[in-house]
Design a protein around this ligand. Structure first.
Ligand SMILES: [Cu+2]
Length: 121
C-alpha cells in the first residue's frame, strides 16, 4: 500500500470510531454520574437534584438485599441488588418533583421506601 493510501485508510478508521462513539447514547452528551445506595428502607441520597436537559446516570447498588427503583412518571424502573451496580440513564425533560420508590417488597418498612428526583431549570 502506498503511503498516501495508508494515511487515508487510517483517517477513515479514526473517523468511523469517533462517529460510533458520538452516536452511542451514553456518550452523546456528557452525563453526570450520581451514586445511589439502597437499603431497608431508604435510598441515599433520598433527594437527587438534577438540571433539566442534562442527562444523568444513576449508579445504584443495594447494601442489604434486593430492592427496586421505580420512577413511574419518567418511565424508569430497575432492580437494585447487592454486589452489583445498576445503571439507569435519565434525561430530565421537565422541571418538578418526581417521587421514586421501591417496588420490590423488602420488609415491614417497604411502603415508606422512597425518594425524590428534583428537576430544576
Ligand atoms: Cu422495598
Amino acid at each position: 500500500m502506498r503511503r498516501a493510501e495508508a494515511i487515508i485508510v487510517r483517517a477513515a478508521v479514526v473517523m468511523a470510531l469517533l462517529a460510533a462513539l458520538a452516536a452511542h447514547p451514553m456518550h452523546s452528551v456528557q452525563a453526570r454520574v450520581i451514586h445511589v445506595t439502597a437499603k431497608r428502607f431508604a435510598y441515599e441520597p433520598s433527594e437527587i437534584v438534577v438540571k433539566k436537559g442534562v442527562p444523568v446516570v444513576l449508579e445504584m447498588t443495594a447494601l442489604d438485599r434486593h430492592h427496586g427503583f421505580e420512577l413511574r412518571e419518567l418511565g424508569v424502573r430497575a432492580d437494585i441488588e447487592p454486589g452489583r451496580v445498576t445503571r439507569v440513564r435519565i434525561l430530565p425533560k421537565k422541571t418538578g418533583r418526581f417521587i421514586f420508590s421501591c417496588d420490590v417488597f423488602c420488609g415491614s418498612g417497604h411502603e415508606d421506601m422512597s425518594g425524590v428526583l428534583v428537576v430544576v431549570d
